[in-house]
Write a protein that binds this ligand. Structure first.
Ligand SMILES: C[S@@+](CC[C@H](N)C(=O)[O-])C[C@H]1O[C@@H](n2cnc3c(N)ncnc32)[C@H](O)[C@@H]1O
Length: 284
C-alpha cells in the first residue's frame, strides 16, 4: 500500500500573479489516503527569537489580494524557501526532519504521512478562511479575537491577516501557530509573520505587491520589539495533533482556525481530540 499521496494540484503553489488566483488551483481531496497508522512527531514549542535570528538577509514575496475585501496578505515565495533549504547545512533543533522535508519539497508528493504534511505550500482554503475572517470582522459579526490558534497553519494566511490587523489597529493578540513540521514554522510561517509586520509599517501606497525585502539585524530587533510593545504574543508549536498537544493550548483559544487539515481519515481522531479538548479547556 502506498504511503504517499498527491493532491493533484495543477500548480506547485498558489500562483498569485494570475488574476484568477483561485481558479489556478484545483484540489482533489478524495484521493486514496494511507490506511495504516503513521508515526507522529512529539509536540514541541519553539523559541520565536531563535527562528527570527535565523531569517535570511532577504525574503522574496508576493502579495495576495483577498477577493471581495481590501485585505492584503504577503507570503514568502515557494522558490525562495527551496533556495534557503538548499543552502542550509545545519538547522539545529529541526535537523532530524530536515533531510526528509527537503526531499518532500523537491519531490512529487504534496504530503508524506508522518514525515511532511504539506505546510510549505499555500492551499486554496486558506484564502477562503482569510476572506471569511476579514468579511465577518469588518461587518462586526465577529469580534476581533484575542486568543487564536491555527492548527496545521503552514503559510498561515488567516493568522497573518489577524496579525496584520492587530498590528495596524492596536488589538492585543495571543496567537498559537501549529504545524506538524518545525521547519515549516521556521521557513514559511515566521517569514510570513515578518512580512505581515513589514506591511503593517508600510506607508500608504508604499508596499510593492511583489519583490524582495531586506531583513537586517535592526529589522529583526524592531519586529520582535513591536510585537511586544503591541501586546502580540506568539507561540510556535510543532508536532502531531492529539491529547498531548492540549498541554500547550492552555489557556484555550477563543477561536481555532484550520484550513485544508482534514484530508486524512487517519488523523481525524487526533484532530478532533484537539478541538474537543480546547472546547473543554475553554468551557465552551
Ligand atoms: C495541506 S496542509 C495545509 C496548510 C495550510 N493550512 C494551508 O491551508 O495552506 C496541512 C497542514 O496540516 C498539518 N497537519 C496535517 N496532519 C497533521 C497531524 N497529524 N498533526 C499535526 N499537524 C498536521 C500540516 O502540518 C500542514 O500544515
Amino acid at each position: 500500500m502506498s504511503s504517499t499521496f498527491n493532491f493533484n494540484f495543477a500548480d506547485e503553489d498558489i500562483d498569485i500573479d494570475e488574476n484568477e488566483q483561485l481558479a489556478s488551483v484545483t484540489s482533489s481531496l478524495s484521493i486514496a489516503c494511507p490506511a495504516s497508522t503513521v508515526p507522529s512527531l512529539t509536540p514541541q514549542v519553539h523559541d520565536l527569537t531563535g527562528f527570527v535570528a535565523r531569517l535570511p538577509h532577504k525574503l522574496n514575496y508576493s502579495t495576495l489580494n483577498i477577493p471581495d475585501t481590501d485585505a492584503q496578505i504577503p507570503k514568502r515565495e515557494l522558490w525562495d524557501i527551496k533556495l534557503q533549504l538548499m543552502h542550509e547545512e545545519d538547522m539545529d533543533d529541526v535537523k532530524e526532519e530536515d533531510e526528509r522535508t527537503k526531499e518532500a519539497l523537491n519531490g512529487v508528493d504534496d504530503v508524506i504521512p508522518g514525515v511532511y504534511e504539506g505546510g510549505f505550500k499555500t492551499w486554496e482554503c486558506s484564502i477562503d478562511l482569510s476572506r471569511y475572517l476579514s468579511t465577518e470582522i469588518s461587518a462586526g459579526t465577529l469580534t476581533f479575537p484575542a486568543r487564536v490558534a491555527e492548527l496545521g497553519c503552514g503559510s498561515a494566511l488567516p493568522s497573518m491577516h489577524l496579525l496584520h490587523q492587530a498590528l495596524v489597529k492596536g488589538h492585543s493578540l495571543s496567537l498559537t501557530l501549529q504545524d506538524y513540521n518545525a521547519s515549516v514554522l521556521q521557513h514559511v510561517t515566521v517569514p510570513n509573520m515578518y512580512l505581515a509586520w513589514a506591511l503593517s509599517r508600510a506607508e500608504e501606497g508604499g508596499w510593492e505587491d511583489e519583490g524582495e525585502i531586506d531583513v537586517t539585524d535592526e529589522d529583526k530587533a524592531a519586529f520582535l520589539n513591536d510585537l511586544e510593545m503591541k501586546n502580540v504574543h506568539i507561540t510556535l508549536l510543532s508536532g502531531g495533533w492529539g491529547e498531548e498537544m492540549l498541554g500547550y493550548m492552555n489557556p484555550a483559544p477563543s477561536v481555532l482556525l484550520a484550513s485544508e487539515t482534514i484530508y486524512s481519515p487517519n488523523s481525524l481522531p487526533a484532530f478532533t481530540d484537539v478541538l474537543n479538548g480546547c472546547c473543554l479547556l475553554g468551557g465552551y
